[in-house]
Design a protein around this ligand. Structure first.
Ligand code: NAP
Length: 322
């Protein structure tokens, strides 16, 4: 019997699956995330951790847990919160939940794309404030979507699902990735370099993972390559965009608008961002549907239990020698 700690309650059947196993399961019962010290105390003696994307899971956590730690199962597809190299050195398997959240996250990218281009939230605010005086020829004019060019930065699972949705809008598609993507080519998308994508697209949607290579991929210089009529959508990870540079670009008319689900210093926003009317800001809702979070829950539990049973998990992000 091994000890498992679930760092924050999760919806769905995952925790029940863990409890039905032969292992001893503890769940953080606070209605908040644990402080660092509380987390370090809670992991002591654990062989399995079910973790959240906002928790830094690193050497300090591995030391606190002890040598018996075998698996960290992240309740997310992104795993930039985990020191995977250090985990691998210690023969700790790191797992994630790809695939089950692809469609929900693609939907949020489109929610942002359409919402920011057509200024839906600004309109909603006018209505709720009782400020609407009736139809006007010039009120809240936005940008067209049909027939425009959509660039997908990072054409993996979610990027491809976002691209697929654009077919109904007859958009021209281009994408960046380090290797060509047959699924994108099948959609008629052009494989281009980053500069071409930024210079030519009317909508740029970000889907790269956060890695040292993609940190501030969109810095001030790159943002300046975008058309002043273009919109930037980010459902990947906040630090892929230099958020302070984005605020400047939005305030100075260098970009038409931005739709963001993720932020550089979550949950804080860079100064000035909320003052930009040409933004649609969501609180990291990419995978936030009842069904998707339930699927993530089951997958995270399955990942964890299979490693504890010395089997290959459905989704590991590192390779541990047997
Ligand atoms: P994925 O299938 O691994 O796709 C990522 C793609 O990015 C890969 O196809 C990869 O292709 C490409 N890529 C990697 N580095 C690149 C670079 N430097 N330049 C250009 N392309 C690069 O992952 P996914 O399932 O689509 O998820 C993508 C990200 O979305 C996750 O890492 C996570 O951070 C984020 N996410 C956010 C939410 C949310 O709630 N907002 C929900 C789910 C996921 P190559 O290897 O060929 O370059």
């Amino acid at each position: 019997m091994a000890k498992i700690f679930v760092t924050h309650p999760i919806p769905g059947a995952g925790v029940d699956m863990l409890r039905e196993s032969k292992h001893e399961v503890a769940v953080n019962r606070e209605s908040r995330f644990l402080s660092r010290d509380e987390l370090l105390e809670a992991v002591v003696g654990c062989a399995g951790l079910l973790t959240q994307l906002r928790e830094a899971i690193d050497a300090e956590v591995f030391d606190a847990a002890g040598d018996q730690l075998k698996v960290v199962s992240n309740y997310a597809v992104g795993f930039n919160n985990i020191d995977v190299d250090e985990a691998t050195r210690r023969e700790i398997t790191v797992c994630n939940t790809p695939g089950v959240l692809t469609e929900a996250t693609a939907d949020i990218a489109w929610t942002l794309l359409m919402g920011v281009a057509r200024r839906a939230v600004e309109g909603d605010h006018i209505m709720r404030a009782g400020d609407w005086s009736g139809w006007k020829p010039t009120e809240l004019l936005g940008g067209d979507i049909e027939g425009r060019t959509l660039a997908i930065l990072g054409a993996g699972r979610i990027g491809t699902a976002v691209a697929r949705r654009s077919i109904g809008w007859n958009m021209k598609l281009m994408y960046t990735a380090r290797s060509p993507k047959p699924d994108m080519e099948a959609l008629g998308a052009r494989h281009v370099d980053l500069e071409t994508a930024l210079r030519e697209a009317d909508f740029v949607s970000v889907h790269v993972p956060l890695t040292p290579d993609t940190h501030h991929l969109l810095n001030a210089d790159r943002l300046a390559m975008m058309k002043p009529t273009a919109y930037l959508i980010n459902t990947a990870r906040g630090p892929v965009i230099d958020e302070s540079a984005l605020v400047v670009a939005l305030k100075t008319g260098k970009l038409a608008g931005a739709g963001l689900d993720v932020y550089e210093d979550e949950p804080a926003l860079k100064q000035g961002l909320t003052g930009c009317d040409n933004t649609l800001l969501l609180p990291h809702l990419g995978s936030a549907t009842i069904q998707t979070r339930a699927r993530m829950s089951e997958l995270a539990a399955r990942n964890l239990l299979t490693v504890l049973d010395n089997q290959a998990p459905p989704h590991a992000v590192n390779q541990i020698q047997a």
